[in-house]
Design a protein around this ligand. Structure first.
Ligand SMILES: C[S@@+](CC[C@H](N)C(=O)[O-])C[C@H]1O[C@@H](n2cnc3c(N)ncnc32)[C@H](O)[C@@H]1O
Length: 381
């Protein structure tokens, strides 16, 4: 084998070197943890918002061995999935992939990428089982071994996915900028990164960042939320939209003593690959045709669109809605609606998940509702 460099990355002759963090995290999720209850804190387990009935129904069809190794911290179910091509960053044992496999339908596709062989082994073991369970002729899920901070090397092509999701994984990577820029690269124009992760209320100390167990537990590598907002835009995404936020209590005295007064939340953000913002506010009307969202669409913590209601959206959201898979689901600047007359003004928005938790005065802020999983409109063609 070639003389390898010591940092994470390709070093020629097909060899790829893991950083210390990659080695430790692989060990944690491959060997140390066997099941969800082995976790030493509740960070990778933060209670998600109430689960909509159509998601519960999809989750019930997933093999128990897959769900027993679920380590997510949120609910990653963006709307308008029918026919879409999805990528799950850090898919683990595959729970979210198999749930989303049902929501994209037989014509859609879900790829999971993970670096840990033991996790992939469980995920791959049940591909045929789920294909039969969902009544599909052939699998619409596959699992790739690779790094979320090296998607090109994993063979994932530029502009090839409609949506990327991720559940409690970005914090585990030592190079968050690379994760975001690689995700941006493989998304199609108009595509979306919809992901749940752990965030801190300020930049973490080196002592915390260097603590192996805290890193493995999704706390030591957590970004300060403000860094996520900055990094996302630096790599080209639209300003992040905050969907939900949920307090993490840790619940481990030994780890709490090291963490001191740092606070953590799990939060779900949506980032879009759309042209730079026009900064022109717009009036929009939701048409109610998205499967499962026949009455209203809770887009994020700031905007809920009820069918046929005229809503004033800011320039950022106008750009997102008009350049993404949502474009056909809205009427923009409807003629004959005088400004201010019967127009719903949005509430004040925030991208700070700690502020959102406080604003709502409770630990959980939910945006995901929905009914059954039908197939009224195809969102990705
Ligand atoms: C907290 S678990 C979450 C797994 C899954 N998303 C779930 O909800 O069950 C983190 C997963 O991310 C994977 N992972 C961590 N860092 C990674 C990286 N840099 N590249 C690829 N996979 C990574 C781990 O192997 C592990 O399976």
């Amino acid at each position: 084998m070639a003389e390898c460099k010591k940092e994470h990355g390709e070093c020629g002759n097909g060899c790829f070197v893991d950083s210390v963090i990659h080695v430790d995290v692989k060990d944690y999720y491959g060997k140390t943890l066997k099941k969800t209850s082995d976790l030493k804190s509740n960070a990778c387990l933060a209670p998600a918002q109430p689960i909509p009935a159509f998601v519960l129904k999809a989750l019930k069809k997933i093999h128990p061995e897959v769900t027993s190794k679920y380590y997510g911290c949120g609910l990653v179910v963006p709307e308008c999935l029918e026919g879409c091509k999805l990528l799950d960053l850090g898919s683990g044992s595959g729970r979210d992939c198999y749930m989303l496999s049902q929501l994209v339908g037989e014509k859609g596709h879900v790829t999971g990428i993970d670096m840990t062989e033991d996790q992939l082994e469980v995920a791959r073991k049940y591909v045929d089982h789920h294909t039969r369970e969902f009544g599909y002729e052939k699998p619409n899920v596959d699992f790739v071994q690779g790094y979320i901070d090296a998607l090109k090397e994993a063979g994932l092509e530029e502009n090839s996915f409609d949506i990327i999701i991720s559940n409690c994984v970005v914090n585990l990577s030592p190079d968050k900028r690379k994760v975001l820029s690689d995700a941006y690269r493989v998304l199609k124009d108009g595509g979306e990164l919809y992901f749940s992760d752990v965030y801190s209320n300020r930049k973490l100390s080196d002592e915390i960042k260097n603590h192996k167990v805290l890193w493995g537990e999704c706390l030591g590598g957590a970004l300060w939320w403000g860094d996520l907002v900055r990094l996302a835009q630096e790599v080209g995404f639209s300003p992040p939209r905050l969907v939900t936020a949920n307090v993490i209590t840790v619940d481990n005295m030994e780890l709490e003593a090291i963490l001191g007064d740092y606070q953590f939340v799990s939060a779900t953000y949506r980032l879009f690959k759309v042209p730079k913002i026009s900064n022109k506010a717009s009036l929009v009307i939701y048409n109610g045709n998205i499967a499962g969202f026949g009455e209203s669409l809770e887009f994020d913590a700031q905007y809920t669109f009820k069918v046929d209601e005229v809503v004033e959206v800011d320039g950022e959201v106008a750009s997102i809605l008009s350049h993404s898979r949502f474009a056909e689901e809205f009427t923009f600047q409807p003629p004959g609606v005088p400004a201010g007359c019967g127009v719903k003004k949005p509430k004040v928005g925030t991208v700070n998940p700690f502020e959102l938790v406080l604003q709502l005065g409770s630990a959980t802020v939910s945006s995901a509702t929905g009914g059954c999983c039908g197939a009224e409109s195809s969102c990705c063609k």
